[in-house]
Ligand binder design. Sequence first.
Ligand code: FAD
Ligand code: SF4
Length: 482
Amino acid sequence: MQPEQDVRPSRKEAVKVREIDAKARSASFEEVVVGYNEEEALAEASRCIQCKNPACTTGCPVGIDIKKFIHQITQKDYKGAYFTIRQKNDFPAICGRVCPAEYQCRKACVFTKKGEPFASEKAINIHFLERSIGDYGIRHNLEIPVNKDSRLSGFKVAIVGSGPAGVCCAGELARQGVKVTIFEALHMPGGVLRYGIPPFRLPRVILDFELNYLKRLGVEIIPNYIVGKTKGLDELFDEGYSAVFLGLGAGVPSFLGIPGENLCNVYSANEFLTRVNLMSAFKFPEFHTPVNIGKAVVVIGGGNTAMDAARAALRIQKMQGLEPNITILYRRTEVEMPARRLEIEHAREEGVKFRFLVQPEAFLGDDSGFVTSLRCLECRLGEPDSSGRRRPVAIAGSDFIVDTDMAVIAIGLLANQVLTKVTPGLKTDKWSDVIVDKDTMETSIPRVYAGGDIVGGEGTVIEAMGMAKKAARAIIERLLKQ
Ligand code: FAD
Ligand code: SF4
């Protein structure tokens, strides 16, 4: 059989990952990236020069031994590679799909030159290799050994929230014999992995498989349960939980604070994506929650959320037989966009338009209260701000109008305060994020730990997992001392 592409690159050329053609994929929610086959994975792994001091691992928030797992791939020891990754990361098939590797391990790879804003194209495609191995683990039903400690078997721990932080903490504890219950506000587990990231980036069959791992470990997941409303932390302790981990996430959307923001068909990205992903609006009427889609949609923002909203809206336009017309408005330039480079590339290939250096000033509407246009100002880049990115400066008198009948605001997320506001003694900072001891992730309330976006603000999946692992270690240490 002929290989589908030349998979014998020089050390300098990365093996391109296979993807569904842009025209075909943008009318469906099927996964865009197909991934490497064995031959491609072997070719990409063989580009790794096995550095004496591998910088890639320092770029990984959970410190995966990247050099080792890549070497194991070259030896066709896929099982070994899987266990190497699983020592540090419970969900390689998820992280291999969503990690912003160009800002993390790949950026640190020796093939990226110092000072480049994100990984060089020549950097090893660590994330695609991780994904191949994660999928191999799923196909072969690989499980890492459960290492139950009989001293922990009498303890139960409550986890609030089933996003990456919550499920990762649950897995760590359950593997060592702690009885774990996860309380989740929504009707399905997964947090942003379920309601934010669309299936064309993270197929639900992968997410479900990874979450089922918790069930196999004996973790109980209770949905439709809002801690802070259904029951408070005190009541959980009264029920005999020895510790609580808060993985509440950052589920509250930021708004622009400009006139007209409450007109009809102006959505927060959270609402729009939740309707699409969690409530399957793109399958209406098979599922009962529809979503209004305009003929000319603007999405405001430059992160992953903006890309996801734009690409989801474009797909629904196509599925409804509309001419695709989606424009992302961003106040800086493409280089400063925080979204994963791959998502920007994919959005553009699929037909999403970009307009940079734009600051929205006001939404304008018709007599029925529906949005009809957006008044904006042009910007230029000024001096760097505290994030290190150059600050956008609006240019007075540069007003222009963008016609639109639907807008999605995707400019960031804030802490979910449902629980923190009703819990006396739980200290939060000025952004309402929970304050923790950075070594143990313990909060101002003894035996209450926290991690993920509720601690650091909007971050990444792997960062949330890193914090959760740290908290799990501290919880176990504490339980063993009791
Ligand atoms: P979450 O995933 O937000 O989960 C928190 C969970 O807690 C939710 O299920 C919520 O319902 C539940 N909860 C909250 N309060 C309560 C309560 N009181 N009682 C019970 N349950 C409660 N990161 C990446 O690395 N790569 C990406 O490609 C990427 N894309 C993204 C796309 C979008 C649209 C968004 C919004 C974020 C994206 N991120 C991405 C960021 C990443 O998803 C988050 O950093 C990560 O999910 C944080 O995990 P978490 O567990 O802290 O919180
Ligand atoms: Fe391989 Fe790059 Fe890591 Fe070096 S830095 S070991 S080349 S992945």
